[in-house]
Design a protein around this ligand. Sequence first.
Ligand code: PGA
Length: 236
Amino acid sequence: MKIFTEGDYEHMSMMAANVVAPYICSGMTIGLATGSTPIGLYGELVKKCRANKIDFSRIKTINLDEYVGLDKDSKQSYRYFMDSFLFDLVNIDKRNTFIPNGNGDLDKECKRYDELIERYPIDLQILGIGHNGHIGFNEPSDSFSKNTHVVELTKSTMDANSRFFTGEKMPEKAITMGIAQIFSAKSIILLVNGESKADIIREALLGPITPRVPASILQLHEDLTVIGDMAALKYV
Ligand code: PGA
C-alpha cells in the first residue's frame, strides 16, 4: 500500500490527477466514483485536458453506482454528476462512459453491468470512502458482496447524502458494483479528505479486515494507493 499525505484538499486533488493522468493517456478503462471527494480530482483532470496534456478520447469509464428510481434527468443522478464535473468538459466519447441505470428491470441491469465489467476489466479504480466504511454503495454487512446488486442505503449514508436532495425525496436504494468487482481492478486509488473521515480511514487501513468495514478489504489489494489530506490521514 502506498500512502500520500498532502497538505490540503487542493494538493491532494493535484497529486491524484498526476497519478491518474498516465492511465488516461494510455487509453485504459477507469472505474469512477462520485461524491464530494473526487470533485477536485476531476477539476484537475479537466485543466490538464484543456492544456492538451491529456487525451480522453481512447478511454472507457465505468462508474461504481447509481441511485434507484430517480428521473432520467434528475440533477441528483450520478449520470448528471459525471456529465457536469467531467464528461461534458473533456474530449471523452460518451458512448464509452458507463453508469448503472437505476430505472427499469434492475435484475437485468445488474447482469448487464456484470457483463460489462467482464468485457472491460477495470485497470484503475478510483474510490472514496463513506463515514461507515462503504465503498461504492457497499454498506457494512455480514459478508463481502461479489457482483453488481441493489442495496438498501443505511441511515449513515442517507444522512450524509441527503444534503444533495433539497426539495426532492432521497432514494432509499441504489445499484452498485460488488466488492469483488471493485477489488478485481488492477490498481486502486482511494481518496479521502477531512477530519470527519480520520477515524474510519484508520479503521479501514489498520483495523481488522471485515465486511462491517467494507473498505478494509482494500488492505489485501496488491496495488492500492491512498491519497488524502493531513486531516483525514493523521492517524495512519
Ligand atoms: P463523499 O462520499 O465523497 O461525498 O464523502 C464518499 C462515499 O460515500 O463514498
